[in-house]
Write a protein of this length. Structure first.
Length: 358
């Protein structure tokens, strides 16, 4: 059961972490902290407003980093903030791009759910970290270094495909091959589960944020309107799709103010948006095609019967399952809870590995 504390701005409770039971999903777009005992605690955008100031006379000394804001607060960054502050995305395509910023974000989130108090169980904890099995070991180790102090003890790697399967309630010990694809903000991860094991996987550093960039580039090129990625993401969610929808959709673009003080308005329709998104989605299709290569024929037959489950925020883009079903001639379907399924499954896997009932 998901707790009511999923969003930022709740009242923390120290006893939520009376045992080491922290589950962490450090995603490109969002980072989630959860507890095996109490469910989801906090989800916030993986963004940091980083303040960089130089010490010494005339600001010529070493750079000192501090965090001005994080999560939703960092997304409110604009030109009115001091020149020393910049908005940072600590994760890029599933990899740590700004270590100091990611460390600050994780610690700030932890302090928020702990009410600012230190861990009660240093050295005794068992935490879980969701990992992409296709990610290189150096990156995995870096994430473990950042999350281990929060878990207060051992951090167990939890495979994204296995967590998705467990979160969906699959009988993962069954002698049958089943496929899941995580369409994340920065990476696409494909995995095949059979007899309780991850028997095949493939991942590629491409995701929903690449679609946002492509859409922003299209709007700037076609309408000569500079747009932020957050605006492109909003347009994508409002009228974007990968497959034609029943009703045509439009949104209004506001140009920069001219001599008369009013910017010209443009109508952007869903066909234009879809064309831009489909071009950017091709690397995802390529990753899925490569993921199918080399699969055992018997597993392919199982997948053709059971279909392919889609999880992650990218799977929520309208028409994604229909489009992939048509491209591959196989049934693709959206999971029941694509945003939360990984963490739900991770909590269950961590319970099982600690000898507790899920």
């Amino acid at each position: 059961m998901i707790s009511p504390f999923l969003q930022e701005g709740f009242k923390p409770h120290v006893e939520w972490f009376s045992r080491g039971d922290l589950v962490i999903d450090a995603g490109t777009t969002h980072t989630v902290l959860a507890s095996r005992q109490n469910g989801f605690l906090l989800r916030c955008p993986t963004r940091v407003a980083l303040n960089e100031e130089r010490s010494g006379k005339g600001g010529k000394g070493e750079v000192r980093l501090s965090m001005a804001a994080y999560g939703s607060g960092a997304l409110r960054w604009d030109d009115s903030w001091p020149e020393t502050v910049r908005m940072v995305s600590p994760m890029d395509h599933g990899q740590v791009a700004e270590r100091a910023a990611m460390d600050m974000l994780l610690r700030a989130m932890y302090r928020q759910v702990r009410g600012g108090q230190p861990p009660l169980w240093q050295g005794r904890g068992l935490g879980g970290l969701l990992v992409d099995p296709g990610q290189n070991m150096e990156q995995q180790y870096l994430l473990f270094e950042l999350t281990q102090p929060l878990a207060g003890g051992t951090v167990k790697p939890l495979s994204i495909p296995l967590a998705a399967a467990r979160g969906a309630g699959w009988e993962i010990q069954a002698p049958r091959g089943r496929m899941v694809i995580d369409l994340g903000g920065g990476r696409t991860t494909l995995g095949v589960i059979s007899m309780g094991q991850l028997v095949h996987h493939h991942s590629r550093p491409v995701g929903g944020e690449d679609l946002d960039r492509a859409l922003a580039a299209y709007i700037e090129s076609a309408y000569h309107i500079p747009v932020e990625l957050s605006f492109a993401e909003r347009v994508k969610k409002e009228i974007g799709s990968l497959y034609p929808q029943e009703k045509p959709l439009q949104t209004v673009l506001q140009g920069s103010p001219g001599p008369g003080g009013q910017g010209k308005k443009f109508l952007l329709d869903d066909n234009e948006v879809r064309d831009a998104l489909l071009d950017a989605f091709e690397p995802v299709v390529g990753a899925i095609q490569q993921g199918f290569s080399g699969l055992d024929p018997e597993i392919c037959r199982d997948i053709s019967t059971d279909g392919v489950m889609l999880v992650g925020g990218g799977a929520l883009l309208a028409g994604t399952a229909q489009y992939l079903s048509e491209r591959f001639g196989l049934p693709f379907y959206l999971s029941a809870d694509p945003l939360n399924i990984l963490v739900k499954g991770a909590m269950a896997l961590l319970n099982e590995s600690s000898g507790k009932e899920s």
